[in-house]
Ligand binder design. Sequence first.
Ligand code: SF4
Length: 393
Amino acid sequence: MKSAPPPGPSLSPALKRAFRVRLPAWFEKRRRPFPWRTRRTPYRVWISEIMLQQTRADQALPYFRAFVRRFPTLRSLAAAPQREVLLAWEGLGYYARARNLHQAARIIARRHGGRFPSDPAALRALPGIGEYTAAAIGSLAFGHEAPVLDGNVIRVLARVMALEDRIHTRAATQKLAAWAEALKIPGRAGLSNEAQMELGALCCTPRDPDCAACPLGNVCRARAGGKPEAYPVKKRRAPVPHKVVGAAVTLRRDGRILVAQRKDSSMLGGLWEFPGGGLDPGETMDQCIARELSEEMGVRLEVGPLLTIVHHAYSHFTIELHAHWARIRAGRPRAIHCADFAWVRPGQFGRYPFSRADHHIIEALRAPAGRAARKELISMWFGGKKKPVLKGV
Ligand code: SF4
């Protein structure tokens, strides 16, 4: 039985030729020699696809190299402690990707004898592998006939076809999937996918697409309409929320500092942090930090001077993080609303994976002003000295 034609404008022979002949020829010349392309194994394709989910290829490259050096095989990844995996991921963000990768490696080692499954259903059953990633791994590592709709491919197809529906709507997704299917190179879906992804990354970029150099230029409706950047049509963005957060840099008599591990189920799960949380309405920053430490770790805190303020942007909100020195007045820390805690010397922070925002606090701690403040506070709080002299910290 013949399959139904894709919705929207008809796909002319010229359009199919552009996707099946000119685009792969362009790709042959322009493709970047990434290590996951030059030495392709299911394991390396998987690691790269997970990294590329939310990270640009050029940014992911050093992380990929370091990761496969540290964990060259699926078994070595499965055998590693989670902290090691998070340390290798530190700085890449979206840490659920690393936790899922680790968990999936353990499942593959246990259920599939360490061999990466090629079956699409088995791939989709692994943590962190959805429809899109399964299609990408399947087509690139196992030659499956599965078109992939990632951000780059969506942009290319939406522009070439001048798709007026907002992306991520059902109508748009159906049309894009049908076009990707109809325009792929028969028997070489992996090549089609990679070529479209590379075109989106290098030529059909979100801003300033290089239409003059594009192998699809003569069939592109958005270019013909003179407004390629108007596609894909997106929903208007809601304003990004801003949060004010407090964190305690809690000192102990021996100079160690209290850090806590976030629960796996929370944002940045598994990472370590200077404990704290969001400012409630009507609260001062000192009250916020003291309350948070009481709830999270069961200690009564004396909140001291400000160490630093960190501004950081996550994908869906921004934060202003006030890090204050502190000491414990009563109680012993317990992991109440955190996974674990530790007293750490500043020189040992490298053993723990921290988020970028917390790395800024570590930098402030290690800077000359931070070191001097720490020394003075230890002497004042634990050594009998009465008044601190704190300049510019
Ligand atoms: S012609 Fe321009 S807008 Fe169209 S696919 Fe090529 S780069 Fe993108």
